[in-house]
Ligand binder design. Structure first.
Ligand code: FES
Ligand code: FES
Length: 158
C-alpha cells in the first residue's frame, strides 16, 4: 500500500492505494468523499469526473493517482461553498443550467478555466473551446450551460 500526498480542496490528504494506476476519481470518492466529480463513462469520454489539477481540468477517471501525487486538486464543490457559490456556479443556478447535475463538473470547470484565461470570451469562442473536448450531458442542457458561461464571461451571474 503506497501513500500519495496531495491537497484536495485546500486540505492536505494522504490517499492510499495498492496500485499506483488506481484512478484518482475512485480515491476522491472513497477516501475524501467528494461529491462533485462523478463516474460517467470511466473512459475519458464524457467529462463528468472532471477536477482541476494545479488549476487545469483533467479527467480523474483516467488519471492514475501516481501521476498527480503532490498536486493541488480542486473539485466542483471546492470552488466555493453552498452558502456562497462561485460566480460561475451562481450563473449556472440563475440560468437553471443543470437538470440532474450529474455532468456539471465538466462544463463548469472546463468553461471557467477557459474564460478565466480569456476574459470576455464570446459565445462562439466558448463554444469552440469547449467543443474541443467531449462534454456529454444526457439531459441535453448544453445550451443553458452555454448561456451561463456567457454570463460568467461578461462578469454577470444573472
Ligand atoms: Fe471520466 Fe467520463 S467518467 S470522462
Ligand atoms: Fe443531467 Fe447534464 S444535467 S447529465
Amino acid at each position: 500500500m503506497a501513500v500519495y500526498k496531495m491537497t484536495v480542496n485546500g486540505v492536505s490528504v494522504n490517499l492510499t492505494a495498492d496500485d499506483p494506476n488506481t484512478p484518482l476519481l475512485y480515491l476522491l470518492q472513497e477516501q475524501v468523499q467528494t461529491s462533485g466529480p462523478k463516474f460517467g463513462c470511466g473512459l475519458g469520454q464524457c467529462g463528468a469526473c472532471t477536477v482541476l489539477a494545479n488549476g487545469q481540468p483533467i479527467r480523474s477517471c483516467i488519471t492514475n493517482v501516481v501521476d498527480v501525487a503532490g498536486a493541488t486538486i480542486t473539485t466542483l464543490e471546492g470552488l466555493a461553498t453552498p452558502a456562497g457559490p462561485h460566480p460561475v456556479q451562481q450563473a449556472f443556478i440563475s440560468q437553471q443550467a443543470m437538470q440532474c447535475g450529474y455532468c456539471v463538473s465538466g462544463p463548469i470547470l472546463y468553461g471557467k478555466t477557459f474564460i478565466d484565461a480569456n476574459p470576455g470570451a464570446t459565445r462562439e469562442q466558448i463554444l469552440n473551446a469547449l467543443g474541443k473536448t467531449p462534454l456529454l450531458c444526457r439531459c441535453h442542457a448544453h445550451n443553458r450551460m452555454l448561456d451561463a458561461l456567457v454570463l460568467y464571461s461578461q462578469g454577470k451571474t444573472q
